[in-house]
Structure formats: C-alpha cells, structure tokens
Design a protein around this ligand. Sequence first.
Ligand code: ZN
Length: 406
Amino acid sequence: MAQFPNTLKQAIEWLSTFGKDSDGGVTRTLYSKTWREAQDALKKWMEGRGFHTYYDSIGNLFGRLPSDDAEAPTILVGSHVDTVKSGGKYDGAYGVIAGVLAINHLYEKFGKPKMNLEVVSLCEEEGSRFPIACWGSGMMTGVYSLNDVVGLMDSEGVNFLDAMKESGFHCQNYSLRNNLHAFIELHIEQGPSLEKLDKEIGIVQTIVGQKRFRITVKGETNHAGTTLMKWRKDPLHGAVKMILSLYEASMQYDDNLVATVGQLFVAPNVPNVIPGQVDFTIDARHPVESTLIHFYERFSREFFLLGKELGLEVELSKWHEVLPVQMDSKLNDKVLNICCEKGISYHVMNSGAGHDAQLFTRICPAAIIFVPSRAGISHSPFEYTSHQDLETGLKVLTQLLYELAY
Ligand SMILES: [Zn+2]
C-alpha cells in the first residue's frame, strides 16, 4: 500500500502522474488508457481505505461507506478525473480526492455513518474527447440515454461506443440513480472572483444559463480596388458594427451578463476581395433567464436594423441553450454556517461554468463549493490552488458531510 498517498497534497500529485504531459499539464480523456488507469488506481486506493468500490456500466467509479441502516439514503460527493487536453491537476480531481479523504476521516473518527456516504468519479464532464459534456452525471440523472452518444466520434474518428467497449464498459440496462439525499461537489473556481475578493470559499447559488448563436451576414463579394465604398455590400462591415453593438449593449446590464464572440469566419478570406459572407458566434450567459432573453431580443433587433441599413441579409440561429440552475439553498446555508463557525471567509456567487452538480439538481438537493484558482486560470498546466486553500475546502466538506450523515 506504500505507493498510495496519505495526504491531500500527496494525493493530488499522485493522481496527476496519470496522463502527465511534458509541459506539466495532465491529459486524461474519457475511455483513454490513462483515464482508465487513473480510475483503477483510485479504486484500489479507496479499497485500501475500506471503501466498497464498484463501476457502473458506463465507467462511473463509486466508493461507498455504507450505513448499518439498509433503508438509509445516500449522500454522494464527487467530481470527475477526465481532463481537457493538457489540463490542470486540480479540475475535477480535487473533488474526487477530497471526497475520499473526508469520508475516510469521518469513518476513522466516528465510525459508520447514519446515512450511506459515497464518492463518485464521474466520466466525461469536460466533453473534451467527445462532444457531450457531463455524460456520467447525465446518465445517472436521466438527462442522457445511450441514444445520445450513438454516432458520436472523437477527433480521430473513433466511435464513442467503440471507445467505451475498448475501455471495458458496455452500458447494459443502465438504471437511474435513486435514494440520494444530496450531491456535493467541491471544485476549483476556474475564475478569479475568490482571489480578487480574498475569500477562501465560494458558495454557488446559481449556475448561469447559456445561449449560443450563429449569425450569418451575407453581402456581395467583389473587387477590392474597383468597388467604391458607397457601392459595397460588405458583410464584414456589417458584422463589425453588429459585434460593436453587442459589446455596447452587454455593458448596459449588470456584471453577471457576459457575451463572447469566439469565432469569426470570413469568406472568401482573401486580402484583395470584399467578403461575400461572414459568420460569427455569440455565447451569452447570465444567472437570470429573463435577462438573457431581454439581451437576445435587444441585440437581434439591432442586428436586423443594421443589416437593413447596409443592404445585407442577416440570419440568426440559436444552436445551444442551457437554463440557469439553482443550487440547494438549505445545503448552502449549512456551508455558510460552517464557514462562520470556523472563521473561514466566504463569498456567495454564481458559476459561469457548468458542473456535474447541476445535473444532480434534477434528482436531489445539490451544492457546489469552490476554492480559489490562482489568477482564475484553469484548463491549463498553470492551473493552481494553494495547499492551504485546498485544505480549507476539505475541512468545510468534511464538516458538511458530518452534519448530514452522522
Ligand atoms: Zn471540472
């Protein structure tokens, strides 16, 4: 058992050796060899600490500390160990490791809990190998079924179901998880708020809603030298004005509204040709759905007006939408009280990023606890959270599980 870690710090370093890249990052994509090795190692680590472990048929890994009461519900805690390409060692991994250490500590100190305590290492939270995020939690909560992955391919053309089988999972008779009393996820913030406010713990109230759009602006492609400015129907001119109006409109709302133009496609994309078509994307997020709708109606109205003014054809399509999700207020109150009692500074906040916990809100009360991310950096080898902050998060999680399960 000597190779297994004993402390939080050791465990984070230990898990990061599975899939370690030469640039200091970690790559463990779903159903890859390194991902499976990491899951198997976690399983053995938990077994060494007395957990009852098992995989479900898609590869979610569980470690259970059962109560003596056969009827007792379960408190599930966890996160994910899949990463983006060259990601950091804390994103996801921290929540799984902290869950194991918290439950182990409680067992050693207080014996068996009144409610079952269970850790889960969920699969494909990131959606970085296959275009489906929160696959593991989505299956457990009935958001997804096997049909949702049929035909999905990774960037190398490997089929989802083949990759799953290759990794040893066959998704047979998948049944929804029931009898959960709560789901708790401890995670790095992946943003700069806690660091900027000098707070140790973030209590997530809402996971923001998202809407993504694709805007197509069509004009007339022509010669860059012979077409006078006043004769042009230049879609890039239109797109620039639209993007500017989008940014200006976004500043008229509260700080929680964020809008991003992340992709711009110019056709034919040649230096001496007036473009004929420009496409761009918008990712807009806010914790209140009605605000997002108001923003969308405002910028789309403006886009069509600009199109008309410049003689351009404008098409707008919404291709992705996630409604805002409220985390459980009673669990949040408990976390807040724990922080107050222990003299830990906290900040009640929203999460601009999605997490597995939001899927669990469909079947049980769920909470997300954040610890600071240095400079707000994540999904990068430079992702970092201080040892002290990681320990503070573990302390809060341990106390919360104690209050819920003992
Ligand atoms: Zn994560």
